[in-house]
Design a protein around this ligand. Structure first.
Ligand code: AMP
Length: 191
């Protein structure tokens, strides 16, 4: 059973690679961004709360995100071969909470795989995605800059958290999708 954290800034390709990983390894995809967008679309209380943060490119408060992930893990733990966490954890507090919630079920993170992509490439990719994604946060340069800054200030320390546990690997996230996928797969196969 693999429990993988796919890590990287917005636009790094986490969603694209997650789709391929789910297919290859039969993992459950747990993307907090996708879950929030689902709540938003359904107009739930959680969606309404998350919207104001998402629209500005800021992080939704930890307790809200952690509660949502905990619910998802509890409802799927008996029917999964493992998880691919995408866009979560985004703060050290979330990483600590994830370790605790997995430990309750006798599970742990196998490793974090970080996709490295230079800032100019990220911005170009997000702007391109914004033409079709319908995401407000993909369509405004200032919001994109905020998201990258939030990643550098608040999310990057999560890499140290896994590094200290000897669970951190990085991959070049620029190039052919299949090539990047092959690099990720070889890290997973080494677990
Ligand atoms: P994403 O699709 O991963 O880029 O997430 C879109 C937005 O959802 C982010 O800019 C945040 O506002 C919110 N979000 C997603 N995941 C998290 C998380 N783990 N912690 C806090 N906010 C999150």
């Amino acid at each position: 059973m693999y429990n993988i954290v796919l890590f990287g800034p917005p636009g790094a390709g986490k969603g694209t690679q997650s789709e391929k990983l789910i297919e290859k390894y039969g993992l459950t995809h747990l993307s907090t961004g996708d879950l929030f967008r689902k709540h938003l679309g359904e107009g739930t209380e959680l969606g309404v709360l998350a919207k104001k943060y998402m629209d500005e490119g800021r992080l939704v408060p930890d307790e809200v995100v952690i509660g949502m992930v905990d619910d998802k893990v509890n409802e799927s733990k008996n029917s999964t071969q493992g998880y691919i966490f995408d866009g979560f954890p985004r703060t050290t507090a979330q990483a600590e909470a994830l370790d605790k919630m997995l430990a309750i079920h006798g599970l742990s993170i196998s490793g974090m795989i970080a996709l490295e992509v230079p800032e100019d490439v990220l911005k170009a990719r997000i702007i391109e995605r914004g033409k079709t994604s319908n995401r407000v946060d993909d369509q405004d340069e200032q919001k994109i800059n905020t998201r990258i800054k939030v990643y550098l200030d608040e999310t990057l320390p999560v890499a140290d958290f896994y590094s200290k546990q000897n669970k951190f690997s990085k991959i070049n996230g620029v190039g052919e999708i299949d090539q990047i996928f092959a690099s990720i797969s070889s890290v997973i196969d080494s677990y």
